[in-house]
Design a binder for this molecule. Structure first.
Ligand code: ATR
Length: 270
């Protein structure tokens, strides 16, 4: 029997990761034999753990929190998307042992919004809440869909300003200067993980607004519940983005793009 391709996700912590489940499903669907595990690397040990994995004959790996910037620094070559994000979430080990880095987070988000959810981003006004690494990485992909503007609002305004300075049609906006009724509101903060909501006026939503929360959970996220309570038309969580970024990673390794709908449905409904 053909030896399965060796893959894994690196993170700290990593026990909660759904990536092995998702890639196992993609492998089944495409008939590609793979063994996709979880590798926990303690901070300070990421590079050494990667070396070990490469020596075992790995084909590639994914990188999650907190190692995406370190992975970017480790790569010998990076794609345009990784360069823009200054972060790598997908690494390929080439035949001569080089590490080539890519970032599929932004295009995964874009695919979920435009293909799965059918949202129209062209000429839209987008509000992005938060200005951490997760947000910085997805802005170039959102811009590719030609929104009329992207406003970034963050508790710490200087971080929003830094992202805006690097991207066209992107503005750092204080709470008092927010528009009313954005077409799309994207929550990229980690506030929900602590059961908190960013401090924003309900007027950012109107009856046509769509809310997207980059985190996901078993039930409606607190941000999305708040958006719906404020009158937003639709709300989606980040499960679709998770599966789409994985499909793009799979394509980077195997040059074939697996179908995502059955996997999203499997994760959603168990
Ligand atoms: P990530 O890499 O996942 O983006 P991060 O870089 O730590 O993580 O960014 C977390 C984001 O969530 C930041 O925008 C942060 O705001 P600050 O830049 O002001 O720290 C935001 N955030 C976290 N908790 C928040 C809260 N309770 N209210 C509002 N914003 C919050």
């Amino acid at each position: 029997m053909e030896k399965p391709h060796l893959l894994a996700v690196f993170g700290y912590p990593v026990a909660h990761s759904r990536s092995p489940l998702i890639h196992a499903a993609f492998g089944q669907e495409t008939g590609i034999a793979l063994s996709y595990g979880k590798r926990e690397a303690r901070p300070g040990h990421f590079g050494a753990e990667v070396d070990k994995f490469v020596a075992e004959g790995a084909l590639g790996f994914n990188i999650t929190v907190p190692f995406k910037a370190e992975a970017f620094a480790l790569a010998q070559q990076v794609t345009e998307r990784a360069r823009q994000a200054k972060a790598v979430n997908t690494m390929k080990v080439t035949a001569d042992g080089e590490l080539h880095g890519h970032n599929t987070d932004g295009d995964g988000l874009l695919a979920d919004m435009t293909v799965n959810l059918g949202w129209k981003l062209s000429d839209s006004k987008i509000l992005v809440v938060g200005a951490g690494g997760a947000v910085a990485g997805v802005i170039p992909s959102l811009l590719q869909a030609n929104p009329s503007r992207i406003d970034i609002c963050n508790r710490t305004i200087s971080k929003a300003e830094a992202i805006a300075a690097q991207n066209p049609r992107t503005f750092a906006v204080g709470r008092e200067s927010l528009l009313q009724g954005y077409d799309i509101v994207l929550n990229g903060t980690s506030a929900g993980l602590a059961g908190e909501l960013p401090d924003l006026p309900a007027t950012i939503f109107a009856s046509h607004s769509c809310s997207y929360d980059m985190i996901y959970g078993d039930k409606t996220t607190s941000f999305n519940q708040w958006a719906l309570d404020c009158g937003a038309a639709q709300a989606a969580d980040g499960l679709g983005m998770l599966v789409e970024q994985a499909a793009l990673a799979f394509e980077y390794w195997f040059e074939t793009r697996p179908a995502t709908a059955p996997v999203i449905s499997m994760l959603r409904h168990g």
